[in-house]
Design a binder for this molecule. Structure first.
Ligand code: MN
Length: 265
């Protein structure tokens, strides 16, 4: 039967990919993608400005405490600590079109829901042990994002020396605007980054105040993980993080990118 032979073909291709055969255009996890499955699981994409292409998201990495004043407000000494990273699940992405204010659901379990505005770097190349000097060659595009945080749960778990997941890695915890190609914007090493709640400025800093630059973050991350095309990196938030409640409108800005807006509902 035609249908069946198609499945057999894709299964064979999948095994080939698993065995490490280099098949052009077949991802490392192509075996799953081509497999016969009982149901489908949606992939995660972020729109690319000025293109009909969508950026496929593989992993979401986030750096912690990457602005000195924010590190201090979180109770650590920024001068002595190496960078650290955590991940959010890919489907934590909430796409937010530019010029719109999109509803964002107040998540369960928290009574202290915080905003963190961040520059996001999206990679089209990967590798291990990337030197800082060539790290920016991995960056394909930039966007503006929010690392939404259930601060009470994050702190509670931290106090118990347990993982941060429940505070950081929940559904829709990663709102993001569309991606802008490096070729059009250049790299973001400086520029104003701010966040307002209901029109009042809460966070206001400059990207140049990052403790670890995007290039340094890529280099450090690649010591711990093999980076791959499709990985994105939330590059940390400035000081003055704080809570929002239902009805609040968050407006985020990075010089050179359209603002990102969500309403907590
Ligand atoms: Mn953050």
């Amino acid at each position: 039967m035609k249908r069946r032979s198609l499945f057999e073909t894709t299964a064979t291709l999948g095994l080939g990919a698993l065995a490490g055969c280099a098949l052009p255009g077949v991802a490392q996890n192509g075996a799953q993608a081509a497999a016969k499955t009982p149901f489908t699981v949606p992939a995660t994409y972020v729109p690319i400005v000025g293109s009909d292409l969508m950026f496929p998201v593989r992993r979401i990495y986030c750096i912690g405490r990457n602005y000195a004043a924010h590190a201090r407000e979180m109770g650590s000494d920024p001068t002595r600590e190496p960078p650290f990273f955590f991940q959010k699940p890919t489907d934590a992405i909430q796409n937010v079109p530019p010029g719109k204010i999109v509803d964002h659901s107040y998540p369960p379990l928290t009574k202290n829901y915080h905003y963190e505005v961040e520059l996001v770097a999206a990679l089209h190349r990967g590798g291990r042990d990337i030197p800082i000097a060539s790290a920016l060659e991995l960056v394909y595009a930039y966007g503006i994002g929010l690392d939404m945080t259930r601060r009470d749960l994050q702190r509670g778990m931290g106090d118990q020396k347990k993982p941060w997941e429940i505070g950081k890695s929940f559904d829709q915890s990663a709102p993001i605007g569309p991606l802008h190609l490096v070729g059009q914007t250049g790299h973001f090493t400086k520029g104003n980054i701010w966040l307002k709640v209901n029109g009042v400025v809460k966070q206001n800093a400059d990207l140049s105040q990052m403790i670890w630059s995007v290039a340094e973050q890529i280099s450090k991350l690649s010591e711990a993980f093999e980076l791959m095309p499709g990985d994105i990196i939330y590059s940390g938030t400035p000081e003055n993080v704080g809570p929002v409640v239902r009805g609040d409108v968050i407006d985020c800005h990075i010089d050179g990118l359209p603002n990102l807006g969500i309403k907590i509902v």
